[in-house]
Design a protein around this ligand. Structure first.
Ligand code: SF4
Length: 285
């Protein structure tokens, strides 16, 4: 299926977000979705534009709020494959509370963070992912004194059932982790190193290539072992890529709600008798 549309992205040439867009389109086709079965909800930032660049339902939400919107969407229509997306500023600063609670809630959907370790849209301020010592000529010329947020540890500690990380320069792995995240029966947290070529002159494609540790190169790694996952994340200073952790046993939120029907609300017979209606009204008086 063709998940491309006619909208030309206005990201800077070389921006890592192009690869994320392509990977979502490929993953959706690989899992056999039709465009009408997929919804992409985004927050604010350069990455937020992604919801308009894919041939599917798209909703460009408000800053840090892609997750509440996407979770509501999934609750109303369980038949949809839902992806929430945004940048590291969107998801790890203003939206961090939603991120943690969405992870522990485990609704069957994916959250893709385009982590460029800076605020790109507003011209390069430090983000929660800018590393300690990050030299930013305008904002921290002597180096940032704050430590960066560690998203993988945070996700595992919050009870994530699927944690993956990838890199915009590795389209094959990027597509695979998104595909597996879509197939996962629960909340999949996917952090993607997506370089901002215009404002981040430190975390460049070359820098990531030198520092990334690919899980494919670690024999005997077991992604079902939570302790091993946390240990490896800490050993590699959060630079691991691949599927880092997956728990296939835990039920999703939907599976735990008693009597929650799989059909979309709009398809369910919501008719009630007059007596039932009167009873309902009486309860709210
Ligand atoms: Fe991408 Fe940075 Fe340009 Fe935004 S400013 S489109 S994040 S390269």
């Amino acid at each position: 299926k063709d998940f491309r549309n006619n909208v030309k992205p206005n990201w800077c040439p070389g921006c890592g977000d192009f690869a994320v867009q392509a990977a979502i389109q490929r993953a959706a086709a690989n899992v056999g979705l039709e465009p009408e079965n997929l919804a992409v909800v985004s927050g604010i930032g350069c990455s937020g534009r992604i919801s308009g660049y894919i041939n599917c339902y798209g909703f460009h939400g408000i800053h840090g709020r892609s997750l509440p919107i996407a979770q509501g969407l999934k609750m109303a229509n369980r038949e949809l494959t839902v992806i929430a997306s945004g940048g590291d500023g969107d998801g790890f600063a203003i939206g961090l509370g939603h991120t943690v609670h969405a992870i522990r809630r485990n609704i069957d959907m994916s959250y893709i963070v385009m982590d460029n370790q800076i605020y790109g849209l507003t011209k390069g301020q430090n983000s929660p992912r800018s590393a300690k010592g990050f030299v930013n000529a305008k904002y921290t010329p002597q180096g940032s004194i704050e430590s960066e947020l560690a998203p993988l540890e945070m996700a595992l500690a919050a009870g994530a059932t699927f944690v993956a990380q990838s890199f915009s320069s590795n389209l094959k792995q990027l597509t695979t982790v998104i595909e597996e995240g879509m197939k996962h029966k629960g909340f999949s947290f996917i952090n993607i190193f997506s370089p901002c070529v215009t404002f981040n002159k430190f975390n460049t494609y070359e820098w990531f290539k030198e520092n990334i540790v690919d899980l494919d190169e670690i024999p005997d790694y077991n992604p079902n072992d939570r302790v091993m996952a946390m240990t490896k994340i800490m050993e590699t200073n959060g630079m691991l890529t691949g599927i880092i952790y997956q728990n296939k046993e835990k039920q999703s939120y939907e599976e735990m709600v008693p009597g929650f029907k799989p059909e979309a609300l709009a398809k369910q017979n919501m008719k009630i008798t007059e007596a039932e209606f009167e009873k309902l009204v009486a309860e709210f008086k």
